[in-house]
Design a protein around this ligand. Structure first.
Ligand SMILES: *Cc1c(COP(=O)(O)O)cnc(C)c1O
Length: 390
């Protein structure tokens, strides 16, 4: 009974494979988290304070930059970075079309206009050529998104941004610890933005985010804006800011989980390698990883025909999947007035991409179950197509 048993006509899958399982990660650190809660409470360090300062230092050191500013979430990290760089009304910011909507949202929130560009068909990342297509006399910045955990070609993108005299911002919300030619995400741009949403490679136990930069003045401006525009004195508001601070409880949890980040990233990389080995020679195509990129596989994305059927059939076999993202940003009603160009690679990818289960503690048995199920479904679909053609 390897295929599961029949119960009142409903197939019970032989093995369940969740899309993401955070509980095994949290089990590893549960004891340490308990201690931290008590320490944060004893210190009354709920907002700002020693736990936030400690994590900011650790995160800057981990990334290899001089400053990290903890903020409330990844979206704010991007918006505050844009404002800190003086980007606002009248400016355009180049953004890849296939990203989580927050990248574009942050641009709109500061009063600028996102200018969407297409991406590379094999990696689904922005390229130097696609960046060039988006640059106009109004361009103030580009936000390069390290989608799915893989860094884009930062050498080529850096050269184009420099020649055009625009700011380069990394949206590294999916790439904690990922590298390009051995250099970490967060070290290439004027600033880089991280989200610590629970499902990210480094996740808090709620919302959290950070900006990292080597620019001391930019860090100081973002720190001030994230805390109501405060200067050195609590009641001197030099800038119009907002409330986007990192909580001590979240910072304490992040410090503990940061010690595991490299091990968890390596576990994701082994899982990705196992998927690639097992799917090699089948008709399942995975999004490629470029030679100089070391992806931390926030997501493992395949491209399939007839995605809706495949998702449904995988679900019946106990395999949960996701789609990141089904609609490219330029086709959302919210951004309808920003472009009328078609971006064919991003549009086609949006119809085909399928995110397979990926998390540090996924077992080889689970990976094999996903791969055999997927392979079998694709063979069935191909046979149907051939039969229809006859
Ligand atoms: C998660 C994410 C964000 C936004 O982060 P939040 O913490 O949810 O605000 C931005 N960009 C990308 C690419 C993301 O994956």
């Amino acid at each position: 009974m390897t295929e599961g048993r029949q119960a009142e006509g409903v197939q019970v899958p032989a093995l369940m494979v969740p899309f993401l399982d955070l509980s095994a990660m949290h089990a590893e650190v549960a004891g340490e988290l308990d201690t931290t809660w008590r320490e944060v409470m004893a210190a009354n360090a709920f907002i700002g304070g020693e736990f936030v300062a400690g994590f900011e230092r650790q995160w800057a050191d981990y990334c290899g930059v001089s400053h990290a500013v903890g903020v409330a979430n990844g979206t704010d990290a991007i918006a505050l970075t844009l404002r800190g760089l003086g980007v606002g009304a009248g400016d355009e910011v180049v953004v890849p079309a296939n990203t989580f909507v927050a990248t574009a949202e942050a641009v709109a929130l500061v009063g600028a206009v996102p200018r969407f560009v297409d991406v590379d068909p094999s990696t689904l990342l922005m390229t130097a050529d696609s960046l060039r297509t988006g640059i106009t006399p109004r361009t103030a910045a580009v936000i390069v998104v390290h989608l799915f955990g893989q860094l884009a070609d930062m050498d080529a993108l850096g050269r184009v941004a420099e020649a055009a005299n625009i700011a380069l911002i990394e949206d590294a919300a999916q790439a904690h610890g990922g590298t390009w030619r051995g250099r970490k995400a967060g070290t290439f741009g004027h600033a880089a933005c991280f989200s610590f949403y629970p499902g990210k490679n480094l996740g808090a136990l709620g919302d959290a985010g950070a900006v990292v930069t080597n620019d001391e003045q930019l860090a100081a401006r973002i720190r001030s804006m994230s805390n109501h525009g405060r200067g050195h004195s609590n009641h001197a508001h030099a800038l119009v800011g907002t409330n986007s601070r990192l909580d001590g409880l979240q910072a304490g949890a992040l410090s503990i989980k940061l010690r595991r980040l490299d091990a968890w990233n390596r576990a994701r990389q082994s899982a990705a390698a196992a998927y690639r080995r097992q799917l090699d020679g089948t008709s399942v195509r995975l999004v490629e990883v470029a030679e100089h990129a070391d992806s931390v596989h926030h997501l493992l994305v395949a491209r399939v025909p007839d995605r809706a059927t495949i998702r449904e059939e995988l679900k019946r076999r106990g395999v949960q999947t996701g789609v990141h993202y089904p609609v490219p940003c330029h086709l959302h009603p919210a951004f309808a007035n920003t472009t009328n160009e078609s971006l064919p690679t991003a549009e086609q990818a949006a119809d085909e991409i399928l995110s397979l289960p990926m998390f540090p503690h996924i077992s080889n048995e689970q990976i094999s179950h996903v791969c055999t199920s997927l392979q079998k479904l694709l063979v069935d679909i191909e046979e149907l197509v051939t039969a229809d053609a006859r």
